[in-house]
Design a protein around this ligand. Structure first.
Ligand code: SAH
Length: 353
């Protein structure tokens, strides 16, 4: 099939209707992007924690199993993953859970039809869902989302000398995309205490992330269970654009290759916590990936695997370092734990009270 490129589609759309919102640009670009051939791993555009080592998914499986055991071993219980990528995390987590007598049905929420097939190679009896709505509503859910929220489209508002406007995307005479301020006044969309700002200030929000958290929180509160959100992001609110694009492991201009580069933005974990608390869930804590994996015993797990396969010792230790070293993924990536109101504390999170 000779499909029009995403860039062509946007150019025609903008020529016909004027600039489109950055949120639409990011959302449609990523939908196209994740339907492409291999995007993950060394040969693709980016590497994620489940690709680096099986230890990542195993420790997540252990954490969820620990919550389930402390939460009363309720059956039926559902494992849910949002945006499972190649399915490695689900495979490794389910294997670890099984050692603790936990064998939940696997529900994978995935938008890309091609990735669904890839995921079934790792978790053959998984049930796929377009979104959370069709996931069973009885029995606790044990949910994980790794690098899912960062892929959801962000909306940006920019302060101009005429007040707050939405960031839109326009195209120049050479067909190149660039951000512009929209014409519509957007002051009402900015909280009053943030409305006064210097010209050029950008406020970024992710309505999709907030909606996802709200929905997960509702499920936890109604059905019981626990959830882990792991992503790169910041723990306190800030201003400025965090939109970035990765292509073949390099940062590129986010406007240069729509549909052919991975567009992501930092997750606002402070907002995530507020949404979860407003929905009545327990916030178990937000910590760095390095601290969390270390508290869960990644060093011991690496040693155990190395004792079993000494020829892989150096590779195992390098993978461990990549996940926990503050200069690599350990500090930038955060882990947020949530649970149903009556569920227990989670391992690896410092006490909150
Ligand atoms: N968790 C995986 C993949 C992260 S990439 C890993 O850590 O390797 C983001 C994933 O979310 C992909 O599987 C992508 O197809 C999926 N995704 C992105 N936006 C989505 C949406 N709106 N609905 C469902 N899945 C989505």
């Amino acid at each position: 099939m000779n499909e029009a490129s995403q860039a062509e589609i946007f150019r025609r759309l903008i020529a016909a209707t004027g600039p489109i919102s950055l949120m639409q640009f990011m959302g449609e670009s990523n939908a196209r992007y994740y339907s492409r051939e291999e995007v993950f791993g060394e040969g693709g555009d980016f590497v994620t924690a489940p690709d680096i080592s099986q230890m990542f998914g195993e420790l997540i499986g252990l954490w969820l199993a620990d919550m389930w055991i402390k939460g009363g071993r309720t059956e039926p219980v559902h494992f849910v993953e949002l945006g499972p990528g190649r399915g490695f995390l689900a495979r490794d987590a389910l294997r670890a859970m099984k050692r603790y007598g936990l064998e939940p049905r696997a529900h994978l929420v995935e938008g890309s039809v091609r990735l669904r097939d890839v995921q079934l190679e790792q978790v053959p009896d998984a049930i796929h869902h377009h979104d959370l709505a069709s996931v069973p509503r009885t029995g606790p859910i044990l949910l994980v989302a790794n690098e899912f929220l960062d892929a959801l489209p962000v909306r940006q508002l920019v302060m101009t000398d005429q007040g707050w406007r939405e960031v839109m995307v326009d195209v120049d005479g050479d067909g190149r995309f660039f951000p512009v301020a929209g014409r519509q006044p957007m002051d009402a969309a900015v909280p009053e205490n943030r409305r006064k700002a210097q010209v050029g200030t950008i406020i970024e929000t992710c309505p999709g992330a907030a909606a996802t958290l709200f929905e997960v929180t509702g499920r936890l509160t109604a059905q019981g269970g626990a959830a882990l959100f792991i992503d790169y992001g910041h723990a306190s609110p800030r201003t400025g654009s965090t939109l970035q694009a990765l292509r073949q492991h390099r940062k590129v201009d986010p406007f240069a290759h729509p549909g052919e580069a991975d567009l992501t933005a930092h997750v606002d974990f402070d907002q995530a916590r507020q949404v979860a608390l407003a929905g009545g869930a327990r916030w178990l804590g937000t910590t760095t990936q390095g601290e969390w994996l270390t508290a869960l015993g990644i060093d011991q797990r690496a040693e155990a695997l190395a004792a079993f396969a000494p020829q892989h010792r150096a590779a195992l230790m390098a993978a461990r370092d990549r996940l926990v070293d503050p200069a690599q993924m350990g500090e930038l990536f955060k882990v947020m734990g949530l649970a149903a109101p009556e569920w227990p504390d989670g391992a690896g999170f410092p006490p909150q009270r």
